[in-house]
Design a protein around this ligand. Structure first.
Ligand code: FMN
Length: 365
């Protein structure tokens, strides 16, 4: 099944989302913490990495498929967990899961997302992974994890980079509160405001979670080798490298920058997932070459959903796949398994384009 949208490039989708979204939602999705240094670094770090293409390795077919936690994915790109996803499309996390299903990949579903984790699981057959925010005591967490288990989720990702909610100054200036005005059905009876539980998390809680569920466990928000090693020692199956898209800690490193350190520390004992700043097929190929198993998209996902709902996100995922496939052809690899660090090298970032790059765009909405 191919998406019904005829957007031909990823910037066309971003332009369409920008045109459609009210200012406060655009700012909420695109903004970062404080000076937005992390946010900008996530993108600019890709410019310091160039490919080392190999030539004359002709094969006409490229295969972008891989496995994640043993599940076959046609595309190593998954929608990231996004709490207020319902604000970008009335079907929220269900639209993400369905778009993922159409392209043969999996999807994350957030604790703060809607519709409920059960409704998403009932409405889509994609491999689903549940992102966990801790908003209550162990009994509260156990009940939520058991709901995810019962609904057929294939893994639990504990977010660990959110001890305190980042100061996103765009939202502060707009007096915008993301969670007001819509339900967060995964939270159950509580009001979801008990973020002190999240702030108090320790490695002991991770051990407890490891003992509480038989599902594969991921820690989301790891940014250094020491924590990656600890996570593996504490039995996680996936180290999820993320700086929350620059929304939490300002002046954090870019994830593509720390990925090699983390892959080395993990040393094949767990799978490595990465997000933050990923917008293009080349970004994905660089991360896979540096040892990531798959990549998640946050902002691009919200924009594709805002622009065109489920079909819009499907279109974005298909464009990423096409860009990946072209990149693979032009660096001389045909399968993801062939990628390795020998296909990238550090380089200097490009100067501004030497000619005007403004392109006249059609009405893309
Ligand atoms: C609007 C928005 C809401 C988010 N909500 C959550 C969340 O509830 N839980 C979580 O772990 N991460 C959340 N994230 C972070 C994403 O899961 C992901 O780490 C990040 O968006 C990746 O960076 P990118 O946006 O540059 O792709 C959110 C991101 C955005 C853009």
């Amino acid at each position: 099944m191919t998406s019904s949208y005829d957007w031909q490039t990823i910037p066309e989708i971003v332009t369409a989302a920008h045109a459609k979204l009210p200012r406060n939602l655009w700012d909420f999705s695109c903004g970062g913490a404080e000076t937005e240094t992390t946010l900008r670094r996530n993108r600019s770090a890709f410019d310091y990495l160039a490919f080392r293409p190999r030539v004359l390795r002709g094969k006409t077919v490229r295969d972008t498929s891989t496995t994640f936690l043993g599940h076959k994915l046609a595309l190593p790109v998954l929608p990231a967990p996004v709490g207020s996803i319902i604000r970008f499309d009335p079907d929220g996390a269900l639209a993400c899961a369905r778009a993922a299903q159409h392209v043969g990949t999996g999807s994350f579903v957030g604790t703060l997302a809607s519709p409920s984790l059960e409704e998403v699981a009932a409405g889509a057959s994609a491999p689903l992974f549940f992102q966990l925010y801790v908003r209550g005591d162990h009994d509260w967490v156990r009940a939520l994890v058991q709901r995810a288990e019962k609904a057929g989720y294939l893994g639990i990702a504990l977010t660990v980079d959110s001890g305190a909610y980042g100061r996103r100054e765009r939202d502060i200036h707009n007096r915008f509160l993301a969670r007001s005005g819509h339900r967060q059905p995964n939270l159950g009876e509580g009001d979801g405001a008990r973020s002190d539980f999240q702030a108090g998390l320790t490695w002991d809680d991770l051990d407890w979670l490891r003992d509480t569920t038989a599902l594969p466990l991921m820690v989301k928000g790891v940014l250094c080798g020491e924590d990656a090693s600890l996570a593996v020692q504490h039995g996680v199956d996936v180290v999820y490298v993320s700086n929350h898209g620059g929304r939490q800690l300002d002046h954090a490193p870019a994830t593509i920058e720390v990925l090699p350190e983390i892959v080395a520390a993990v040393h094949g004992r767990a799978e490595v997932l990465v997000d933050s700043g990923f917008m293009r097929g080349t970004d994905v190929v660089k991360a896979l070459a540096l040892g990531a198993r798959a990549v998640c998209i946050g902002k691009l996902m919200t924009w594709a959903l805002a622009a065109g709902g489920e079909a819009g996100l499907q279109c974005a995922l298909e464009l990423l796949q096409e860009e990946m496939s072209i990149t693979m052809a032009n660096i001389g690899v045909h399968t993801i398994a062939e990628l390795g660090p020998e296909y990238v090298r550090t380089s200097f970032p490009p100067a501004a384009a030497p000619w005007p790059v403004e392109v006249e765009t059609r009405d893309l909405t």
